[in-house]
Design a protein around this ligand. Structure first.
Ligand code: MN
Length: 239
C-alpha cells in the first residue's frame, strides 16, 4: 500500500502531467492529446478572488481552470472526430444536436453545454452585482411581479435541481422571460430558449466553501449577479 504522502504526490504529478506540455515533447504530440481548437477557454474577466467572500478564490480557480478547461478539451476532441461541426458556433451546435453525428452526440451535448454554460456564467458575475436596466426591470415585473419574486423563483429552481444542473432566467420561444432548470450541462438553447443568466448548482461550484449548504451558495450567487449584463443579453435576444 502506498503511504498517504505517496498518494498525494502521485495525485499531484498526474494533475500536472495532464495539464502541462511535457518537457522536450514536440508541440504536435500535445495537440494530438487535446486539440487547441476550435474552442478555447475564455479568460476569467476578473481576478480569481474578485467575488470573495461569496465565491472563494480556490473554487474559482479550479472551477474555471480545470472544470471549464476540461469541457473545452473534451468538446474539441469530439469535434476533431466530426468535421461537419467545424466552423459552427457553440450555440448553433447546441440548437441542432440532432445534426451532430451520433458517435459524438452525447460528448458534444455534455461538453459543448458545459462550455456554453460556463462561458455565460463568468461574465454574469461581478463584485457588488449590477443594476437592472429599465427594460429588464419592466420585463421582470411583467413576468414575475418583482425582482424579489424573480430571485425567489431562481432560488427554488436552483434548490429543485436533483444532482447536478443549472437554474436559469431565459427568454422563451414566445419572447417572454421564464425561470427553468436543466439537468447536467444541458442548455436552454437545446429547448429553443435564450439563456440570460444561469446559476451553476454542480457541487464543483460550491462544495469547497459551502459543502452541502446549496441554499447559502445560491443566496451568495444572487449577491454577485451583474444584472446589467443580463439586461444587455435581453436586449440582444430581442433583436
Ligand atoms: Mn460548473
Amino acid at each position: 500500500m502506498p503511504t498517504r504522502r505517496e498518494v498525494i504526490t502521485l495525485g499531484t504529478a498526474a494533475l500536472v502531467a495532464a495539464s502541462l506540455p511535457h518537457r522536450g515533447e514536440p508541440l504536435h504530440a500535445q495537440s494530438q492529446a487535446a486539440p487547441a481548437g476550435p474552442f478555447t477557454l475564455p479568460p476569467l474577466p476578473y481576478p480569481a478572488d474578485a467575488l470573495e467572500p461569496h465565491i472563494d478564490a480556490q473554487t474559482m480557480t479550479i472551477h474555471h481552470g480545470r472544470h471549464h478547461q476540461a469541457y473545452v478539451n473534451n468538446l474539441n476532441a469530439a469535434i476533431a472526430k466530426a468535421p461537419s461541426l467545424n466552423g459552427k458556433t457553440i450555440e448553433a451546435i447546441l440548437a441542432g444536436l440532432d445534426a451532430v453525428p451520433e458517435a459524438v452526440r452525447t460528448t458534444v451535448r455534455n461538453n459543448g453545454g458545459g462550455h456554453a454554460n460556463h462561458s455565460l456564467f463568468w461574465p454574469s458575475l461581478k463584485k457588488g452585482g449590477g443594476a437592472m436596466s429599465e427594460t429588464l426591470s419592466k420585463a421582470v415585473a411583467s413576468a414575475f411581479g418583482s425582482d424579489a419574486k424573480l430571485k425567489e423563483s431562481l432560488t427554488s429552481a436552483a434548490m429543485g435541481v436533483f444532482g447536478s444542473g443549472w437554474a436559469w432566467l431565459s427568454v422563451g420561444a414566445d419572447g417572454r422571460l421564464l425561470v427553468e432548470s436543466t439537468p447536467n450541462q444541458d442548455s436552454p438553447i437545446m429547448r429553443g430558449h435564450t439563456p440570460l443568466v444561469g446559476i451553476d448548482v454542480w457541487e464543483h461550484a460550491y462544495y469547497l466553501k459551502y459543502q452541502n449548504r446549496r441554499r447559502e451558495y445560491v443566496d451568495a450567487i444572487l449577491q454577485v449577479i451583474d444584472w446589467t449584463v443580463v439586461g444587455d443579453r435581453l436586449a440582444a435576444a430581442k433583436k
